[in-house]
Design a protein around this ligand. Structure first.
Ligand code: CP3
Length: 364
C-alpha cells in the first residue's frame, strides 16, 4: 500500500538509545542479541505493582506522572528487558472523546454511554491531546528523564477497529455483536467513526513522539474477529489512514491477536514490525509477511507457567524459527497474565539473551 519511508529518527528521539538492540531490530539491522520486552511487563504479576495498586486505583495511577515513571522504570530495570513501555492504557483517549471511563473490579473497563447510533458518533469530540491528556504527556517526559538513556521508551495506542469496538460495546466483548452490526448496517456512520478515530489517534501518537517515546506499538487486539475480506474493507483503510498520519521516522510495531489470516493485510496497512500472537508459528508468519518487515513475537504467555526446561525449549523454538534474521523482537504472543510466576519472567529474559547472543557470536 505504501513504500515505507526510511527510518530517520524524529529530532526528539535522538537519545542514546538510537543504537540499542531494540531500535536496531525495529530498523531490521543486525544485533548482538535478540531484543526482548514483554507486553504488560509492568503489571499485577509483579509484587511492586500489586503493592502500589493496593493503595491507588488504576486510573489514578495512570494520571500520576511520578508513579507512572516509577512503575515503568522499575519493571524494565528489574526484568533487564531491552525497552520500557509507558505505563498507561489504550482507553485513556476515551475521556477526551467525551465519554465516561471506569475500570470495574474484575470485569474490565466500562465506557458510558456506548456509541451505537450515527448521532452518538456525531457527539464525539475532537481530541486536543496535549491539553486534555496533559498528564499522559507529562508522564512520558518524566519517564524519559528517569529511564536510563540507553533504554528506548515505547509509546502505544489502539488501532481504529479495536478502539471502535470498545466505544460501541461499552467495554470488552465476546462476539462484537454491536460493533459488527453498526459496521454492516450503517456503513456511513462506521466510516465517520473510523475516520474520526484514525485522525484523533494519529494526533495522540504524534504527541507521544514529541514528548519523547522512541517507538510506538499500535494494538489491534480484537481485529481477529474479522475475516480477511471484512478486515480489508472495514478496518485496514483506517489503520492505514492513522499510520499515514504518524510522523515518519519513528518505528511502528503493528500488533494484533487472532490475525493468522490477516497478516499480509496488516502489513499492507503499515508498520515497520508486525506483532504476531501464538496461534501461528513464527516462521510461517514471517514467510507470509516477506522480508521487508520485522516480526515481533510470539511465545505463548502460558508457556511461562511451565517449568524452566519447558520454558527454555519453547523460547529456543521461537528463536530457531526466527533463524537469526535481522528484525526479530522477542515478545509474547499476548500480554503477561496477572498470576504469571515472576521468577520465570526473569528467566525468560536471560534465556533469550544468552541463547541468541551465543548464536550470533557463532555467526549463525
Ligand atoms: O504493557 C505494559 O506494561 C504497558 C501498560 C498497558 C496496560 N494496558 C496497562 C493495564 C498496555 C500497553 C495496555 C494496553 C491495553 N489496554 C490493551 C491492549 C493490550 C492487549 O493486551 O492487546 C487493551 C485491550 C486495554 C484495555 C484494558 N485495560 C483492559 C481490557 C483492562 C482490564 C483487563 C485486566 O487485565 O484487568 C485494562 C486494565 C489494565 N491496563 C491493567 C493494566 C496493568 C490492569 C489494571 C489493574 O491494575 O487492575
Amino acid at each position: 500500500m505504501k513504500t515505507p519511508a526510511p527510518l530517520v529518527p524524529h529530532p526528539a528521539s535522538r537519545t542514546r538509545s538510537h543504537d540499542s538492540r531494540f531500535l536496531k531490530a525495529c530498523r531490521s539491522e543486525p544485533v548482538d542479541a535478540t531484543p526482548i520486552w514483554l507486553m504488560r511487563q509492568a503489571g499485577r504479576y509483579m509484587k511492586d505493582y500489586r503493592d502500589l495498586r493496593a493503595r491507588v486505583p488504576f486510573l489514578e495511577l495512570c494520571k500520576n506522572p511520578a508513579l507512572v515513571s516509577e512503575i515503568t522504570v522499575t519493571a524494565a530495570e528489574k526484568l533487564g528487558v531491552d525497552a520500557a513501555i509507558i505505563f498507561a492504557d489504550l482507553l485513556l483517549i476515551v475521556e477526551p472523546l467525551g465519554l465516561h471511563l471506569e475500570y470495574g473490579k474484575g470485569d474490565g473497563p466500562l465506557i458510558t454511554p456506548a456509541v451505537r447510533t450515527p448521532a452518538d458518533v456525531d457527539r464525539l469530540l475532537e481530541v486536543e491531546p496535549e491539553q486534555s491528556l496533559a498528564y499522559f504527556y507529562d508522564a512520558i517526559r518524566q519517564t524519559r528523564t528517569d529511564l536510563a538513556a540507553r533504554l528506548p521508551l515505547i509509546g502505544f495506542a489502539g488501532c481504529p477497529f479495536t478502539m471502535a469496538s470498545y466505544l460501541i460495546e461499552g467495554g470488552g466483548s465476546r462476539n462484537y455483536r454491536h460493533t459488527k452490526a453498526l459496521m454492516y448496517r450503517n456503513p456511513g456512520a462506521w466510516r465517520e467513526l473510523m475516520e474520526r478515530l484514525a485522525r484523533n489517534l494519529a494526533r495522540y501518537i504524534n504527541a507521544q513522539i514529541d514528548a519523547g517515546v522512541q517507538a510506538v506499538q499500535v494494538f489491534d487486539t480484537w481485529v481477529g474477529c474479522l475475516g480477511p475480506a471484512d478486515y480489508r474493507q472495514y478496518a485496514q483503510p483506517y489503520t492505514h489512514l492513522m499510520l499515514e498520519g504518524v510522523n515518519s521516522g519513528t518505528p511502528i510495531i503493528h500488533f494484533g491477536t487472532g490475525t493468522a489470516t490477516l497478516l499480509e493485510a496488516m502489513r499492507d496497512a503499515g508498520g515497520s514490525v508486525i506483532g504476531v500472537d501464538s496461534h501461528i508459528e513464527l516462521n510461517e508468519a514471517w514467510r507470509r509477511l516477506g522480508s521487508g518487515v520485522g516480526v515481533q513475537g510470539n511465545l505463548d504467555p502460558i508457556a511461562l507457567y511451565g517449568d524452566l526446561d519447558f520454558l527454555r525449549m519453547r523460547a529456543q523454538r521461537v528463536l530457531d524459527q526466527a533463524g537469526g534474521r535481522s528484525g526479530h523482537i522477542f515478545n509474547l504472543g499476548h500480554g503477561l497474565l496477572p498470576d504469571t510466576p515472576y521468577e520465570n519472567v526473569l528467566a525468560l529474559v536471560k534465556i533469550v539473551h544468552d541463547v541468541s547472543s551465543e548464536r550470533f557470536a557463532k555467526g549463525k
